[in-house]
Write a protein that binds this ligand. Structure first.
Ligand SMILES: [Zn+2]
Ligand SMILES: [Zn+2]
Length: 181
């Protein structure tokens, strides 16, 4: 018996072969692995609910990138080979390494970012996934931009762009100009 935390036994950290009230059966469809291989996880879907580029300042700093690619899934669609073992939790709200939702989850050894766990959903990084088919790559293609107001570079891809959160802020053109009503 190793150390065990309550979140070990419920999605998204629950192991693929473990059942719980939140998830009876899990089908391994896509595999993800961090850079060093310590963290291995599975998705039971290859079609996320949404895929976004987030240009917010937190994402720019935490991911060391001009923006972050994130795919949204139900928690029950994710499972970890070793539960929470090897995972590092960080809460941006308190700036502390603690498990308190919403929080960021990465590999404790190599630092690969794996997901943001929200209260109801998970927002994952698609980069470590073994996307194999053309359809899977299309499913994980970006669908919209959020916090485009904070961008470091204009992106002319014709995808919908929101100044802040989607559907709760102003729509912007690729150039950053407000869309005319
Ligand atoms: Zn790792
Ligand atoms: Zn962000």
């Amino acid at each position: 018996m190793g150390s065990s935390s309550p979140q070990d036994h419920r999605p998204p950290y629950q192991r693929p072969d473990e059942s719980s009230p939140e998830r009876e059966k899990f089908e391994k469809k896509l595999r993800g692995e961090c850079h060093c291989g310590q963290v291995v996880y599975w998705l039971s879907t290859d079609n996320p609910l949404d895929v976004k580029y987030c240009h917010c300042h937190d994402c720019q700093v935490l991911h060391g990138a001009p923006f972050q690619l994130t795919a949204i899934l139900h928690k029950a669609d994710m499972a970890f080979e070793n539960g929470t073992k090897g995972l590092h939790f960080y809460k941006t709200g308190t700036k502390r390494a603690e498990y308190n939702l919403p929080c960021k989850v990465s590999c404790s050894q190599c630092g690969t970012f794996i997901l943001d766990e929200g209260r109801n959903m998970v927002l994952i990084s698609p980069s470590p996934l073994n996307l194999q088919t053309k359809q899977q790559r299309a499913n994980f293609d970006v669908r919209r931009h959020i916090f485009y107001e904070r961008r470091v570079k204009d992106i002319y891809d014709g995808k919908p762009k929101w100044a802040g959160l989607d559907r709760q802020s102003q729509r912007l053109k690729d150039s950053g100009e407000p869309e005319s009503e």
